[in-house]
Write a protein that binds this ligand. Structure first.
Ligand SMILES: [Zn+2]
Ligand SMILES: [Zn+2]
Length: 155
């Protein structure tokens, strides 16, 4: 598409790609930036995939998790592109809110021992398909994240 390669395209995302192409693919930096690539993740507890093809962000199925904050419960869909911070959520979440994050399948809280190097909030670990762990900061608006693919660590 306009000189861009889209791997493993499912029928469900074709219309999204066409829409982006009409807007001009080159204005979508996430498609052209070499540092940004998709990851597929699953729950560390039940191993169920967290990918949700009903929510497409940046042209890929989003990572959907259950969140709670201030006695509110809802869901948050994160871009699966490592390096993209695009999200969609069921509730408006004030910047700076530290979220409690749960697996939508087994309802376990997704929590590890690590703290965000940028803000000190808990990091939320998820298992990367193919090996490794990605951790994202539980604080809304903080872009702290770590990707450990077993060998190299990408920050
Ligand atoms: Zn689970
Ligand atoms: Zn943080």
């Amino acid at each position: 598409m306009d000189g861009h390669y889209f791997p493993q395209v499912k029928v469900s995302i074709v219309s999204d790609i066409l829409e982006k192409a009409r807007a001009g693919l080159d204005v979508v930096k996430v498609e052209t930036d070499q540092r940004i690539f998709p990851v597929e993740v699953s729950c560390a507890r039940c191993n169920h995939s967290l990918m949700d093809s009903d929510h497409i962000i940046d042209g890929y199925p989003a990572i959907r998790i259950t969140v709670s904050f201030d006695n509110k419960h809802g869901w948050l869909a994160l871009s699966c592109l490592y390096g993209s911070y695009n999200v969609v959520s069921s509730h408006e979440i004030p910047p700076g809110t530290i979220l409690n994050i749960f697996c939508p399948h087994c309802h376990s809280e997704l929590i590890g021992g690590a703290k965000c190097g940028e803000c000190g909030a808990p990091m939320v670990p998820m298992i990367v398909k193919g090996g490794g762990v990605v951790q994202v900061c539980a604080r809304r608006g903080c872009n702290g994240h770590i990707l450990d693919l077993g060998g190299a660590t990408v920050e």
